[in-house]
Design a protein around this ligand. Sequence first.
Ligand code: IPM
Ligand code: MG
Length: 360
Amino acid sequence: MATIAVLPGDGIGPEVTREAVKVLRATAEKFHLALTFEEAPVGGTAYEAIGTPLPDHTLAVCQRADAILFGAVGGPHWDTLPRNIRPEQGILALRKALDLYANLRPARLFPALVDASTLKREVIEGVDILVVRELTGGLYFGQPKGIQTGPEGERGVDTLVYTRPEIERIAKVAFDAANRRRKHLTSVDKANVLASSELWRRIVTEVGAGFPEVRLDHMYVDNASMQLLRHPTGFDVLVAENTFGDILSDEAAMLTGSIGLLPSASLGAGVGLYEPIHGSAPDIAGQDAANPIAAILSAAMLLEYSLGAALAAAAIESAVSRALDQGYRTPDIQQPGTRRVGTREMGDRITEAVLAGGEA
Ligand code: IPM
Ligand code: MG
């Protein structure tokens, strides 16, 4: 019996997570997996109910679970709260507490969506990129951090720091991933300006000596953001520090048509966390308009990485493909001639496709 901690969070988080759980239940039944779900509050919702974005009870539920399914956190309502109790602390503190340092964000284009992107078909056809984002270091967590008042007035400080062990472990994850794919790794940095990047580049190169079959390129982050739009099929695995990875993965998502499509897995030594890369989208929350595919594909990654159920994961991925092939589209990926559906119906169509798919 595997226990899944479910943290729906804020905005569209609960809506998309509900569909992911629906698909997971159906998949579990079909593949004879015993799953139980334990829901816990996080983000602004937890702050409202309990006064903190990551209640102790929620952390405990996560720590004893076999995997975590996370929705989204944040909203304008809480934007003026002090940083340490903002909803975003719910996810940031969870990543840190569980040492989830490796964030895998696969951006693969579904053939049915080749015309849904804002980019030309000939540029994006065949896009299949894995962004490996370092998730527990860099500017997000470096000390000192904060706003102080000095003689010159206010001063905002963030610290970009990386240690050798932090770089080595994320580099290994990236090389391993590249080894299982097309054996091409692009390491992104700003080594022409930043000391942390200079060390990053040196250590990634060192780690690469242990992976002679993987071709390693280094690219400055500004160039990488341009190459992603110019020639995205030139990338296989891309590895970057926390902030660069945050930015580049949103860009990679748009290559596939919508940010509503990209799942992620956050891995460390223990329990893994799975979440769509999109945010809480407060502007469309509660309207049955959000795309649940990123959350559903995150559930597929959960089955694969935390439960070792690769066949069940593949069944969800092909069910998503099938629902898209059948023309079902949430508003973010709608085009003429397709059938517009809401969050729930998209979840239902994908569930049906799982159940109708090949035998387990
Ligand atoms: C992401 C998000 C988060 C991040 C926010 C919500 C803190 O943008 O997962 O990409 O910056 O890591
Ligand atoms: Mg982001």
